[in-house]
Design a protein around this ligand. Structure first.
Ligand code: SF4
Ligand code: SF4
Length: 165
């Protein structure tokens, strides 16, 4: 059974004084720790960088085989599952010499675009992919100077990523 705790308003509450003093106490405590104990909670980014979780989901990439051919078979599963509707794939026929699976007429993505400005980094595309082709790296430095470069094309997605980036 859920216990409901109700806050009983005191006489000073309507002047916001207790809340103000509690807030000031937190601020002064952090100020003291930063100034005298060297325990700052901020870092000098970009010179210093935080260590993120192994499960962090950042910029996408598409895995390639040793011949640098993308593992994607243009099945559209990632595009279908994407809740932000930010993946656009155009499929084409893969030439037999480029076929990493030895199956004739295997499809390949002629173009594969991901609009990072719409993406919510949910990871559904990675989970849905039957070829382990699309993955999310740990790169969180996604700032760009214009909207065009925030749309990742196939060449960008096939870049070399070590581990999970
Ligand atoms: S991470 Fe989510 S929102 Fe982003 S492209 Fe993949 S499925 Fe779409
Ligand atoms: S990345 Fe995976 S899910 Fe998306 S089209 Fe290619 S093979 Fe299919």
């Amino acid at each position: 059974m859920t216990k409901i705790v109700t806050y009983k308003e005191g006489r000073l509450d309507k002047y916001y004084i207790p809340a103000l003093l509690i807030g000031l106490k937190v601020t002064l405590k952090q100020f003291y720790k930063t100034l005298f104990l060297g325990q700052s909670t901020t870092i000098n980014y970009p010179e210093e960088k935080r260590e993120y979780s192994q499960r962090f989901r950042g910029e996408h990439f598409i895995s390639v085989d040793p011949a640098k051919t993308e593992n994607c078979t243009a099945c559209y599963l990632c595009q279908t599952v994407c809740p932000a509707d930010c993946i656009t794939i155009v499929a084409g026929e893969r030439p037999p010499e480029e076929n990493p699976y030895g199956v004739k007429k295997e499809k390949r993505p002629v173009s594969f675009d991901i609009d990072a400005l719409r993406c919510c980094f949910c990871g559904f595309c990675e989970e849905a992919c039957p070829k382990d082709a699309i993955k999310l790296s740990r790169n969180y430095e996604l700032a760009t100077l214009n909207r065009e470069t925030a749309v990742y094309d196939l060449d960008h997605l096939k870049r070399e990523v070590k581990g999970r980036g």
